[in-house]
Design a protein around this ligand. Structure first.
Ligand code: MG
Length: 250
């Protein structure tokens, strides 16, 4: 998983270096596919299935501004100065998966947008810091939620991080919040006590406005209903008997 994570980190770095005004999201997808294949890794997202939907058509997800997650790269989608783009990629390498995402400013972005990205980074760091014994997944989720909400942002309720291993999506779900009243909540999660060797993706999705979401007609792209901007940053980590280890670093 460390090797798979390293390849994901290299791929994200290659895309980050290519982000500039005028680049299409399909070009970023091409860069990612080349990087994965050069390292002998297979793209996890390509052809990923979802009920009642076409399989996911590309190697990365590319989500711009008010698009939260799962944007589909396109040759007619050009990055503009002042945009932000979330780039998410996963790979399979020798039987194991790595999964990570970055949110990158395009050219010069406003101070408010820089703050949104920094807060998303901080929420991820809080989730990672909470990923230690004897905590539970609820502690991780609450660490992310408190960090995000204290900075003045809302979090996505319906989309979560997840266990990662030989599959991209394994139990448990790793939410970015926890219901205050678990019995009454419309959405519930299974709480799990952390154990050394557990590996999962933490992926805060912070929203500058309200956290009501919509899915576009392409069956994949998730946007904020009020078109407020959002950021999404992800690492796959391992729980140990000491500090958590980030697997998706160079
Ligand atoms: Mg993920």
């Amino acid at each position: 998983m460390r090797e798979a994570g390293r390849i994901v980190a290299r791929t994200l770095q290659a895309m980050r270096e290519a982000v500039r005004p005028g680049v299409t999201t399909l070009e970023l997808n091409r860069i990612a596919e080349t990087c994965l294949r050069d390292h002998g890794a297979a793209p996890t997202f390509l052809n990923y299935p979802k009920p009642d939907s076409p399989n996911f058509p590309t190697v990365i997800t590319a989500s711009i501004n008010h698009e939260l997650v799962h944007g589909i790269p396109s040759g007619s989608r050009f990055l503009k100065d002042g945009d932000i783009i979330s780039l998410d990629v996963g790979c399979n390498y020798q039987g194991f998966v790595g999964d990570a995402a970055i949110t990158v400013p395009v050219g010069e972005v406003s101070p408010a947008v820089k703050r949104l990205i920094a807060a998303t980074d901080a929420a991820l760091a809080a989730g990672i810091q909470a990923s230690r014994l004897p905590n539970t997944i609820r502690d991780v989720a609450l660490a992310v939620q408190r960090s995000a909400e204290n900075a003045g942002y809302s979090v996505a309720l319906e989309y979560t991080g997840h266990g990662v291993g030989q599959q991209m999506h394994e139990p448990p779900e790793v939410p970015n919040w926890w219901p205050r009243n678990e019995r009454r909540s419309r959405i519930r999660f299974e709480n799990v006590t952390l154990r050394p060797g557990m590996t999962y993706a933490i992926e805060p999705m912070l929203i500058a406005g309200r956290n009501e979401l919509r899915e576009l007609d392409d069956h994949w792209t998730v946007v904020t209903a009020d078109r407020s901007w959002c950021a999404h940053i992800e690492h796959t980590i391992a729980v140990t008997d000491g500090d958590p280890v980030i697997l998706t670093l160079l």
